[in-house]
Design a protein around this ligand. Structure first.
Ligand SMILES: NC(=O)C1=CN([C@@H]2O[C@H](COP(=O)(O)OP(=O)(O)OC[C@H]3O[C@@H](n4cnc5c(N)ncnc54)[C@H](O)[C@@H]3O)[C@@H](O)[C@H]2O)C=CC1
Ligand SMILES: O=C(O)C(=O)COP(=O)(O)O
Length: 527
């Protein structure tokens, strides 16, 4: 058997290459290439091991004709086009905990650096100034730290901050009251956090919900003299507004490890009063890099050599015997979970997963795991089939799996119903043939659609001419429609349109679609 070939394309601890070789893979380490160079090379490889510098775009994946697995030695996977990888059957794995302590420690270091202006004091002292009278710091003891995002890293930051006697408050829609008590933080809403925190630190993934969470408007709601730390992702803060508020003195200091555009070589924030930055060093300690290198190489080699799946973000973990029967259901279950996760608004309180017909004969746990992984992926980069049920429990989601003996309209059916503040919302799907997942119902409307790649969900008034209008809009924007599915509650009532397209739909086009006559809701979806 020929050995699987792995490319390590970002700087990684040498333990990764050693493990790949020991586990029967050939490995090349080639870092710092342009996207074009990587695209030209990637066709030779079965595995690609990366950190945050390599951007695995749809173009790279197109060229990756042999690729089977992408391994992220770290947590954030926003540099990987996961829908494109899934569409090509490429498994994407990360190492969800290997660098979390290190990153939390970096955030704490930033808090102290800001409180005592250590970088500037150091520079001026070494320049021979002895500027003893130029600096007056603040104590952190007794100050309020506002966490935006209280997952793995946020919780570690909370524990460390409590150790230096800070009071910690947290905004995280998925933090349960019980978990908040367990980690000793006060759960608050975002406005409360902005108004009360002396220091704010961000620990969420970059998603559609969190992008620009510290917008100009939200930054203006912060307490006079607040200090802000971002060791999560660029794009969570409006950098221009941050600069203006540092200039005006409303914000007393900001420390960024991450920037909207990286590498950030000429940011307008450079040189602002009490602005500190590091070049995405959050995960850069010897300990964390050894952890993530070992883990990513072990996981990827296990997949390439034995077919074992661990910490995959786009594929359920399966044993060899169950795999063939369950596989199409797992895909269906994950797509249904993802669909309700993307469409349901407000705090989710419960989820019911019903199996009917042939699906009732199968084991419920893997299907439940796949539904929850699809659902929770909207809130966390680190979720997979294995940890999704734990995360759901930790967050107080009431999960029920129900097996129906009854015969239904379909030979086999999965139904997923989420309970929200605004009532229950339900979607259902079946398998066509024995292995082709299809959505058959969405929020009470019958429809028949494949959930795949980039899609657009539109709710509109059922009226003549609408299909022409949306077709023209997408056509004029150069967006090719792959599939097109319609459903409606009743003639002239509410209608639903689900279409798949060949590329992500730009926000400007979504806005134009929202403005079309008869349209009630437009939501881009990704699977
Ligand atoms: N600077 C660096 O080098 C590093 C940065 N990171 C970044 O840190 C992020 C967080 O990592 P973990 O704590 O391990 O992830 P996690 O998945 O354990 O926690 C993320 C938390 O954010 C919360 N969240 C999601 N949407 C939210 C919203 N709209 N508002 C408030 N909270 C929301 C989730 O409920 C979850 O509790 C990663 O996604 C990654 O982007 C991670 C490692 C190193
Ligand atoms: O793990 C993460 O999410 C990180 O941001 C770490 O990034 P890096 O591996 O240091 O490029």
């Amino acid at each position: 058997m020929t050995k699987p070939k792995v490319l390590i394309s970002d700087k990684m601890d040498p333990n990764a290459a050693r493990i790949f070789e020991e586990r029967g893979c050939d490995v090349d380490v080639i870092t710092g290439e342009t996207p074009e160079e990587l695209a030209a090379r990637i066709g030779d490889y079965d595995g690609l091991a990366i950190r945050s510098s390599t951007k695995v775009t749809a173009a790279i994946l197109d060229a990756a004709t042999n690729l089977k697995v992408i391994g992220r030695a770290g947590i954030g996977v926003d540099n990987v086009d996961i829908p494109a990888a899934s569409a090509k059957g490429v498994v994407v794995m990360n190492t969800p905990f290997g660098n979390s302590i290190t990153t939390a420690e970096h955030a704490i270091a930033m808090i102290f650096a800001l409180a005592r202006q250590i970088p500037e004091a150091n520079t001026r002292t070494q320049a021979g100034e002895w500027p003893k009278n130029a600096f007056m710091g603040v104590e952190v003891t007794g100050k309020t730290l506002g966490l935006i995002g209280a997952g793995n890293i946020g919780s570690i930051v909370a524990a460390r901050a409590q150790g230096v006697r800070m009071k910690v408050i947290a905004y995280d829609p998925f933090l349960t009251p019980e978990r908040a008590v367990e980690i000793g933080v006060e759960k608050v809403n975002l406005d409360d956090l902005l108004a009360r925190a002396d220091f704010i630190t961000l620990h969420t993934p970059l998603t559609d919900e969190t992008r620009n969470i510290l917008s100009r408007e939200n930054l203006a709601k912060t307490k006079q003299g607040v200090r802000i730390v971002n060791c999560a992702r660029g794009g969570l803060i409006d950098e221009e507004a941050l600069g203006d508020l540092l200039d005006s003195g409303h914000i007393a200091g900001a420390a960024l490890d991450v920037f909207k555009t990286e590498p950030a070589k000429g940011s307008p924030l450079f040189g602002k009063p009490n602005f500190i930055c590091t070049p995405h060093l959050g995960a850069s300690t010897t300990e964390a890099q050894v952890n993530v290198a070992l883990q990513v190489a072990e996981q990827m080699a296990d997949y390439l050599v034995n077919g074992g799946v661990t910490n995959a973000l786009n594929m359920p973990s399966l044993s060899a015997e169950e795999a063939p029967k369950l596989k199409p259901y797992m895909k269906l279950a994950e797509s249904l979970g993802s669909l309700v996760g993307q469409l349901a608004h407000g705090n989710l309180t419960s989820i019911a997963i019903e199996r009917e017909g042939a699906a009732a004969e199968l084991s419920g746990k893997p299907i439940e795991g796949a539904v929850l992984a699809g659902l929770m992926r909207q809130y966390s980069d680190t979720v997979n089939m294995v940890n999704a049920p734990f995360l759901a429990k930790e967050r107080g989601l009431d999960v029920r799996s129900i097996r129906h003996q009854r015969e239904g309209a379909y030979n086999t059916l999965l139904r997923v119903t989420v309970g929200t503040e605004n009532g229950d919302r339900s979607v259902a799907g079946t398998l066509f043939g024995s292995d082709a997942p299809r959505l058959v119902e969405i929020f009470g409307v019958r429809i028949e659609a494949e959930l795949t790649g980039h899609m657009l969900y539109i709710v509109n008034e059922d009226a003549p001419g609408f299909i022409g209008r949306i077709g023209s809009l997408l056509g004029e924007a150069g967006i090719n429609i792959g599939t097109f599915h319609l459903g409606r509650r009743e003639t002239g009532g509410e209608a639903v349109l689900l279409l798949s397209v060949d590329q992500p739909i730009p926000e400007s086009v979504v806005k134009q679609a929202c403005a079309l006559q008869d349209v009630k809701l437009v939501k881009p979806l990704a699977f």
